[in-house]
Design a protein around this ligand. Structure first.
Ligand SMILES: *Cc1c(COP(=O)(O)O)cnc(C)c1O
Length: 695
């Protein structure tokens, strides 16, 4: 086969391409229709396309030299000197294991549902950029999370699409004899076997386990079919596989892991398995082994409300852990149950709490923003004698969210390697106002086109006629102030707050000299009727004569939709009920693209906000005020800020048609926030404060 094709295939198998704009552009250029058809999956693109045709295209479009430089760049990435090498030491073998129930790396790998997964994915990407000796551990869900389709009635429906692992940038883990690596866990009355997939995330390996193999019964093969799907018992089985199976995989690979990072409580059963191994290896008691393992576990909590935590009934716990407690740990299942029993002594309310298990077994615990750290300290009240809950504020993997226009501008002004340079953000104001304004318009133009295409496709799907389809070209306007709101439709996020005073909103949208438009997107959990109702309400507004084509909803919020939105929106709106948003990360993704934030002072925005960076929505702190009244008052603050500050500023232009004051804000926002609210900073913090402090 042609050498260039082999090089391309080698690049395609490592997710590194997903944060390399040159790679994505090249895949797209090979054949844009095919690239879309593949679901932005280069492995599928390169394997399914006729190989002679591929050779022909590379020649005809003269892509040869670009393939060569892409390949060289990739090889260089894998061997360059890194932060970790310089600060600590060079090592080939991983010493940090990161556990998470979901990973959001790129749109074609549907192993995530939302923020938690995207954060895990960004954690791995930045670990790779910084050269951390880290591995990720998770589950390979056959169907992942659902694809959202809003039906004609405006109601969310869920489709489950198969992850075709054989056509994805993922490969079955095999030993030196080419035999697939397998590990097992014991479930009541049987052994369940797991196969393992490797996802190459730059320099980092992510291992995903699943039960879909011949050794298992037909029922057991389905344990890992759907992320957050099924009942409590299925969740129990998935979490046993993640935690206990994950530790067994590490043993099987013979890795000498020094630090275990539990991203949220789903993987907390790993604490038991580590203790068990330690007891056996050193022939010590449970409590002695626990003390030892405690020092090297790190737990990151993401839930500021008790209702958000993973909880199992006592019966279920006993069913799954009786034999494990008695035979492996030499204790009664009641004693083991205590490890996660938050309501000790209350026999009527015996629940096993996964976060509590993790807290009992981790020396380092952190919330994901400064405010969330405070909230978590109040929520858990640890004994004074132990290390208190700290915080490490979340970030985003900037290179994964910048548009190619943004990336090119950064290259032009600063360096090709802007990703690794933290001080370029401080120098961002050196860029001319005109160029920043052009960047904004280009980013927004791309977003508007994307929305038109998506909505047109949707209308065709619903059987729209020609007249209707022509209307698609008048959806949104790239010159109009564009506000984005996209996130899970959980009630506390108040997806419909902006519609509270419909007349006032209509005035804002319909103002002809200073118009405003809105783009919404987001999924509701399949079992959350409340969330689905919110979506249906928004869909009805998108069909209102005064709002239609100016307020739009994009189906199936995923990494692809998110990336387009954070590239193009002028304003990113976030209005949760304070303090229920632990951090929130989508608002961070818009910063480098020149978008600005308008948000309640919750999560990350509580520590990021300064008047020169963006805008706040006042939240009512008085707990005697009813929720209804809070919503009303906070909605008023939202309208006021839009009408009095944001809209006039955006439309205030100088003689060249450039909104100088607006651009001043963009410059401060990038300068002050882009470096800090990145996983580059976040992963360094985890490394310096936790991973490398493990004794
Ligand atoms: C960033 C992101 C999220 C998380 O956003 P929040 O602000 O935390 O709600 C969720 N889903 C997708 C697809 C994302 O890209």
């Amino acid at each position: 086969m042609n050498n260039l094709i082999l090089m391309l295939k080698e690049v395609a198998i490592n997710i590194h391409w997903s944060w390399n704009k040159d790679a994505v552009e090249l895949f797209n250029e090979i054949n844009p229709d095919f690239w879309n058809w593949s679901g932005h999956n280069p492995v599928k693109l390169l394997n399914e396309i006729n190989q002679n045709y591929l050779e022909f295209i590379i020649e005809k479009k003269n892509l040869g030299s670009r393939v060569l430089s892409l390949y060289a760049e990739y090889k260089n990435y894998l061997k360059r000197d890194t932060y970790f090498d310089k600060k600590y030491f060079k090592t080939e073998s991983p010493i940090i294991a990161y556990f998470s129930a979901e990973y959001g790396l790129t749109e074609c790998l549907k192993t995530y549902s939302g923020g938690l997964g995207v954060l895990s994915g960004d954690h791995l990407k930045s670990s790779s950029d910084l050269g951390l000796p880290l591995i990720g551990i998770g589950l390979a869900y056959q169907y992942g999370y659902f694809t959202q389709v809003i039906n004609r009635e405006g109601w969310q429906t869920e489709n489950y699409e198969l992850n075709e692992f054989n056509h994805l940038p993922i490969s079955l883990l095999r030993d030196e004899n080419y035999i697939p690596v397998k590990v097992s866990v014991n479930l009541p009355g049987r052994t369940v076997w797991l196969q393992v997939w490797t996802v190459k995330v730059g320099r980092v390996n992510l291992y995903l386990m699943d039960t879909f193999i011949a050794e298992n019964s037909v029922d057991d093969r389905r344990i890992t079919d759907i992320l957050y799907g099924g009942d409590e018992e299925k969740r129990m089985m998935q979490e046993i596989i993640l935690g206990i199976g994950g530790i067994r995989l590490i043993e099987k690979l013979g890795l000498d892991i020094k630090a275990y990072h539990l991203n949220e409580g789903h993987s907390a059963f790993l604490c038991f398995e580590r203790i068990k191994n330690y007891m056996k290896k050193y022939n010590v008691s449970y409590s002695e082994a626990k003390k030892k393992c405690y020092n090297s576990n790190i737990f990151t909590t993401h839930t500021p409300v008790p209702a958000g935590i993973d909880i199992f009934t006592k019966d279920l716990f006993v069913k799954y852990f009786k034999s494990y407690a008695e035979n492996e740990l030499g204790m009664s299942v009641d004693e083991l149950f205590y490890e996660g029993d938050l309501n000790k002594g209350d026999n009527n309310n015996q629940k096993f709490n996964m976060a509590y298990l993790a807290i009992n077994n981790s020396n380092f615990i952190n919330g994901v923003s400064k405010l969330h750290g405070e909230v978590s300290r109040k929520m858990w009240e640890l004994p004074k004698s132990r290390t208190q809950i700290d915080h490490i504020t979340n970030g985003v993997h900037t290179a994964s969210y910048v548009s190619s226009y943004t990336s090119n501008l950064l290259r032009k002004y600063f360096t090709d390697n802007w990703l690794y340079e933290e001080d370029i953000w401080k120098r961002f104001p050196e860029i001319s106002d005109e160029e920043i304004w052009t960047l904004r318009l280009l980013n927004k133009f791309k977003l508007v086109n994307f929305c038109r295409e998506r909505i047109k496709e949707k209308w065709i799907f619903l059987g729209a006629d020609k007249v209707k389809l022509n209307e698609a070209d008048s959806i949104l306007n790239p010159e109009t102030l564009t506000i984005g709101f996209a996130r899970r439709f959980a009630t506390y996020k108040r997806g419909t707050l902006i519609f509270r005073d419909l007349d006032r909103l209509k005035k804002i949208v319909k103002n002809t000299s200073m118009p405003v438009q809105f783009i919404f997107s987001g999924k509701a959990h399949p079992k959350d009727e409340g969330g689905k109702n919110l979506i249906s309400e928004i869909i009805s507004y998108t069909r209102d004569n005064d709002l239609k084509n100016k307020v739009v909803f994009l189906d199936n919020y995923d990494i692809n939709v998110a990336r387009h939105l954070v590239e193009g929106c002028d304003i990113w709106l976030n209005n949760p009920r304070r303090p229920q948003e632990a951090s929130g990360t989508s608002g961070m993704k818009i910063i480098a693209n020149g978008g600005l934030n308008l948000s309640i002072l919750d999560g990350w925005w509580d520590e990021a906000y300064m008047p020169e960076n963006g805008w706040k929505i006042d939240s009512v702190m008085d707990d005697s005020v009813s929720q209804e009244d809070k919503d009303k008052l906070e909605a008023m603050s939202l309208y006021d800020t839009l009408e009095k500050e944001i809209i006039p500023l955006y439309y205030l232009r100088n003689s060249k048609g450039v909104p100088e004051e607006w651009i001043k804000k963009i410059k401060s926002s990038v300068k002050n926030l882009a470096g800090f609210f990145s996983t580059q900073r976040m992963v360094k913090d985890y490394c310096d404060k936790f991973y490398m402090k493990v004794k």
